[in-house]
Write a protein that binds this ligand. Structure first.
Ligand SMILES: [Zn+2]
Length: 238
């Protein structure tokens, strides 16, 4: 007898992201997981492209593709965490090795307790009496593009990512948006070095952050072990 076809049924749970945006997330199905594993298995450039496959996979588990494509890396981490919770529950069990004494340990992360969220603060930042700047979270797509362009130089990647995070500039009462990276590079070139430092600091403080990193103590050598889980996306999905 022919097997019946199960009608797809997806329940999306509204999830607030570090940027303040909201997107619906669902748990993944066998079909999604299979497609991801097959795609990874036939990827020739796995080390560099793994994350892109995982992002595509996560996108299918949300209810708004257009918004998903605009999300920042921090937002995507939050999506990954929610999708993981809906698929496999709130805890992840994993093994790791103490970097000090190589002792092998076993730990459980509770995804409800351990996330730290700093929301995007897009209120204007006053650099000096002439200059006000507004920051945004860079989308993952933009970050990825900048990384491809500047992966040879960490200084350039950091600098241009910072420039790309500037959403608006008010100078002497006039407000500007929609400028190119080259425009803003040219403009900021004439600032005092001290003002640039203020901007770097504000950028750091105002853009969003999501993390499940935490410190545990090694049971053998009793030293603090900082667990960053390596690549967080892989950690959450597998
Ligand atoms: Zn140890």
């Amino acid at each position: 007898m022919k097997l019946p076809k199960i009608e797809p049924s997806y329940t999306f749970i509204k999830t607030k992201l570090p940027s303040g945006k909201t997107i619906g997330c669902r748990g993944w199905k066998v079909r999604d997981e299979k497609e991801l594993i097959f795609a990874l298995d036939s990827e020739e450039n796995l080390e560099e492209k793994k994350i892109n496959h995982i992002i595509d996979f996560l996108g299918k588990c949300t209810d708004n593709q257009k918004l998903f494509m605009e999300l920042s890396e921090q937002d995507l981490k939050k999506v990954a965490c929610e999708v993981r919770k809906l698929s496999k529950g709130n805890t992840i069990e994993y093994n790791y090795q103490c970097p000090h004494c190589n002792f092998k340990m076993f730990d459980t992360v509770n995804l409800i307790d351990s996330e730290v969220v700093k929301e995007l603060d897009n209120t204007p930042f006053e650099v000096n009496e002439d200059l006000i700047v507004v920051f945004k979270d860079l989308s993952f797509k933009e970050t990825d593009k900048l990384y491809d362009l500047y992966k040879e130089s960490n200084a350039k990647y950091t600098f241009y990512s910072f420039l790309a995070s500037i959403e608006g500039i008010t100078y002497k009462g006039e407000t500007y948006t929609g400028f190119t990276l080259k425009d803003v590079e040219e403009f900021l070139g004439e600032l005092d070095s001290d003002d640039l430092n203020k901007l770097y600091k504000a950028h750091e403080e105002k853009t969003s952050e999501w993390s499940i990193e935490r410190q545990v103590k090694c049971i053998q050598c009793k030293k603090e072990v900082d667990i960053s889980y390596g690549d967080l996306f892989s950690f959450l999905v597998f």
